[in-house]
Design a binder for this molecule. Structure first.
Ligand code: LLP
Length: 432
């Protein structure tokens, strides 16, 4: 048994959630739950969250930042995985919350997140969204443009002073997919450094909005630390503020060969730069999404067909409706047959989705162990922007979310039904 587990530890990709192993039946086991049994119970596709992995990463992030800077806060960028169970788990682990729309605000409040720890973002917030945020008593509104500022002034009339941050675009870009790079000068997000100075002076004559600090987020899935440091230096010329929210962006490992910076190294670099350029007496806020949730989750599918022509096409019951990232960003995932993850595998396959587009391929060129219809396939690292970007293309009901912990599985989001697909339809279908 020990020998088996050692072999298992060596054989499984390190990107699976902590606590994933191959069990005595030779199958993938996530947080004590057999993957094949999870599919038998909950169907597929299904997002399986290893709850201890999720919570321990969040706890470690909070602790590591607090160890390096006294007055600190970690804020969950909830766009990465906006479901009630995740909002709750991360609030319980002591994190604040970033919302980027009225919908995310609604979900966060409904989940019981303390409004005072919510940061409202958005480059095109509506008056209604600003009103909702102010009515809810959110801690901070992050202003993104002069129009946003004036709209916020208008909406805040009559209320008590609302704390605001200015989002600054530092003209520093990291190496990432262009669709998720935000720090460059030519960006739809934030004020330029020069504009931020003008916005700060405009706010100095505005008693209803209290400018307490700056926000900066240069992009997502960043694997190098230098751009974060350069961004901090770039915003330091704007003077001294009480609060600095330095955004998210730390990349995750999607495959065993990837080596993103460790959270500790990332925090060493950011906190050192913050102390150097912004001072020691600041409130330092970080806003990770992906680094908290990506590796916590595995998507399970069932193989429907295997077709061999020029390539081998292994088609499963999900695809671009539950994971858009391969199509949007060319993201590369790993996959294994959950029924036998350690079986020798030699056949190069394309793991294809069920949707009516040739581009609906979840993983190109993945080596799978003799896949046949009925096998369960596991793709790790789907916790960030998987559920978040899910859609109903081909009217495929969206997948459920199951939390697993110490061998117990609990459904936290049910699968969509066909009735859900028609729920917003107001045409009377009873008339012939
Ligand atoms: N703060 C702000 C203001 C953001 O816009 C974002 C992400 C974050 C924090 C969190 O960034 P993270 O730590 O997750 O990198 N859908 C894309 C990612 C879009 C990121 C949007 N903003 C993807 O699937 O790669």
């Amino acid at each position: 048994m020990i020998a088996l587990m050692t072999a298992t530890a060596a054989g499984l990709s390190p990107v699976f959630p902590r606590g994933t192993r191959v069990n005595e039946r030779g199958r993938l086991e996530i947080a004590g739950c057999d993957a094949v049994e999870l599919v038998a119970e909950f169907g597929s596709p299904v997002y399986v969250v290893a709850e201890d992995d999720l919570r321990s990463r969040a706890r470690a992030f909070v602790r590591a930042l607090a160890d390096r800077h006294r007055d600190s806060e970690v804020v969950f960028a909830s766009k990465a995985f906006p479901c009630t169970a995740v909002y709750r788990a991360l609030a319980e682990e002591g994190l604040g919350c970033d919302v980027a729309s009225g919908g995310e605000l609604y979900l966060a409040l409904r989940a019981g997140v303390d409004p005072g720890r919510i940061y409202l973002h958005g480059n095109a917030k509506s008056e209604a969204e600003l009103q909702e945020a102010i009515a809810a008593g959110v801690g901070y509104i992050v202003l993104d443009s002069f129009d946003d500022l004036e709209r916020c002034v208008k909406v805040s009339r009559g209320g008590s002073a609302q704390k605001v941050l200015l989002r600054v675009t530092p003209d520093v870009a990291g190496a990432t997919h262009h669709a998720i790079s935000t720090g460059q000068a030519d960006s739809k997000f934030g004020f330029t450094v020069q504009e931020a100075a003008a916005a700060a002076s405009r706010l100095s004559s505005e008693s209803r909005l209290e400018l307490v600090g700056l926000h900066c987020h240069i992009g997502s899935q960043l694997l190098e630390l230098d751009p974060f440091v350069a961004a901090i230096e770039a915003i330091s010329g704007l003077g001294r503020f009480q609060v600095y929210n330095l955004g998210g962006g730390l990349g995750a490992a999607y495959g065993g060969a990837a080596s993103p910076p460790a959270v500790e190294d990332y925090l060493d670099a950011l906190v050192d730069a913050a102390h150097r350029w912004l001072g020691d007496e600041i409130r330092l806020v970080l806003e990770p999404g992906r680094a908290l949730v990506a590796n916590s989750t595995v998507t399970l599918y069932t193989v429907q067909t295997v077709k061999r022509n020029v390539s081998t096409w292994v088609a499963v019951d999900g695809g671009m409706s539950d994971n858009l990232r391969p199509m949007l960003y060319g993201a590369v995932y790993e996959a294994v047959v959950a029924d036998r993850p350690l079986a020798p595998a030699s056949e190069r396959c394309h793991l294809a989705g069920k949707h009516c587009e040739s581009g609906d391929v979840i993983v190109k060129d993945v080596v799978l162990a003799d896949p046949v219809a009925g096998d369960v396939i596991a793709t790790p690292v789907t916790g960030a922007y998987g559920y978040a970007l899910a859609n109903n293309y081909n009217s495929v009901p969206r997948a459920p979310v199951v939390f697993c912990r110490e061998g117990a599985a609990r459904l936290v989001v049910r699968r969509e039904t066909y009735e859900d697909l028609a729920a917003r339809d107001v045409v009377d279908v009873t008339e012939a």
